[in-house]
Design a protein around this ligand. Structure first.
Ligand code: LLP
Length: 420
């Protein structure tokens, strides 16, 4: 169920009016529905049924502590890609034994931090990384739990920037390399082989690529076990898409039942690393029209949120639906560019979009902004990061305050005794 619906002409998040939140916190702000997070997480859980599994939420999609804690309480683990994400996951109360560490460029400091905290597994992406981890583990007198990320070479049929499972992408090891890697790791006293991993891309709206990838993993599992290695985990990564406009992705239950069907003869715990499909449609970015401007060619709504707050439209030409917070009566639509205050032509939230006539001061909600929205935001143009608000039924809380101008310069200094 969509948590963002009009009630008496005003857009609500669950039982709280977005206009009311705007009054309290100002604009722009991100707003998340805890009920939606819960529904989506539980949809994954239902798909698994009695099967042993671990749902590791991809922290990169939304790393707010309140979001992580909400999911952690429901039983989620975390898929992390940096020491910072590990810090957040632990701080939010997610147990270390539910945390998997992905990413091609883990540093030795990050490895040591994760080892000291006894995370469940490192997903290794190169031989050099393996050697580095082994050295760090030796120094700490530990055995590092590992899986190899295999690049299954399947086409996820998604945006090229977020497709990761093809040979030409930088991710994972080929099947041949992986087999060699398992043989090497087996002999290393500082490594403990736990599983196999893959992740083929993001915003995937068809089942086939997932099934193809899983079948390829299964073949490898057989070969690996023939080497005398027993695996506890099969990690299938994240990537399930959501509907931004008219996409019709499978529901998490459907996707997971298809995988568990394929896995029925396998004893391993299945790990999944969903990000977007849990939090994408749980969030909106609320922004205010500062100025309306029109020329012969176009109408512009200049709003107070920019590409630094939500980068997806500029980066991927991504479509995010935009709705007025105050519903318009009998609207007439006109092609409009919804643009931010940043000094770049690429600073837009929507282009040539039929929008109703609205006056400056009106609030807009940019939908499907709960994943890769705030986490990809920046301070470009020295714009403070916007607050994040979480709704729980008829209550809301500011779960990250708006940055101040002082925050912007915190940590900077002008060297004494130097002049230019
Ligand atoms: N696991 C790994 C190893 C990943 O690299 C990713 C995402 C995920 C899980 C979660 O994927 P999801 O379930 O969210 O699709 N910034 C882009 C998306 C980049 C995704 C990167 N990796 C966007 O805004 O569309």
């Amino acid at each position: 169920m969509d948590p963002f619906v009009y009630k008496k002409g005003v857009l609500y998040c669950e039982d709280v009016s977005l206009a009311k939140i705007a009054k309290k916190v100002g604009t722009p702000f991100y707003c998340y529905s805890s009920a939606h997070l819960k529904n989506r997480f539980n949809a994954y859980k239902t798909g698994f049924g009695p099967r042993k599994h671990l749902i590791c939420f991809a922290v990169k999609a939304n790393s707010n502590l309140a979001v992580l804690s909400c999911l952690g309480n429901l039983g989620a683990g975390a898929d992390i890609v940096s020491g910072g994400e590990l810090y957040r996951a632990l701080k939010a109360g997610i147990p270390a034994n539910r945390i998997v560490y992905s990413g091609v460029g883990k540093t030795k400091e990050e490895m040591a931090y994760a080892l000291k905290n006894s995370i469940a597994m490192f997903n290794i992406e190169s031989m050099e990384e393996l050697q580095q981890l082994s050295k760090v583990a030796k120094k700490l007198g530990q055995r590092a739990p590992i899986a190899f990320r295999v690049n299954p070479d399947v086409d996820p049929k998604t945006h090229p920037y977020i497709s990761t499972g093809l040979k030409k992408n930088k991710f994972g090891l080929s099947r041949e390399q992986a087999l060699e890697a398992y043989a090497l790791a087996l002999k290393d006293p500082h490594l403990s082989i736990k599983g196999i991993d893959c992740h083929i891309g993001s915003q995937i709206v068809e089942l086939d690529p997932f099934i193809d990838a899983f079948k390829r993993l299964k073949e490898l599992v057989v070969q690996i076990e023939k080497m005398g290695i027993s695996l506890s985990f099969i990690d299938i990564g994240g990537g399930l898409g959501i509907s931004y406009k008219d996409e019709n992705p499978p529901a998490p239950q459907t996707y997971i039942s298809a995988i568990t069907d394929e896995a029925k003869d396998l004893p391993q715990t299945i790990i999944v690393e969903p990000g977007r499909s849990i939090c994408g449609n749980a969030g909106v970015l609320v922004t205010k029209i500062l100025y309306v401007k029109e020329n012969d060619a176009k109408r512009f709504y200049i709003v107070d949120a920019g590409m630094n707050d939500l980068g997806r439209p500029s980066l991927y030409d991504a479509y995010h639906e935009i709705k007025p917070v105050q519903q318009t009566v009998a609207p007439s639509y006109k092609e409009t560019d919804v643009v931010g205050p940043i000094c770049e032509t690429g600073d837009f939230l929507a282009r040539s979009r039929p929008m109703p006539d609205l006056a400056s001061g009106s609030l807009l909600a940019v939908l499907s902004a709960g994943a890769y929205g705030f986490t990809m935001s920046s301070n470009y143009n020295s714009r403070p990061r916007v607050p994040e608000v979480m709704v729980y039924g008829n209550r809301f809380h500011v779960v990250r305050r708006r940055q101040t101008w002082q925050d912007l310069v915190a940590g900077e200094s002008i060297p004494k005794g130097e002049s230019c």
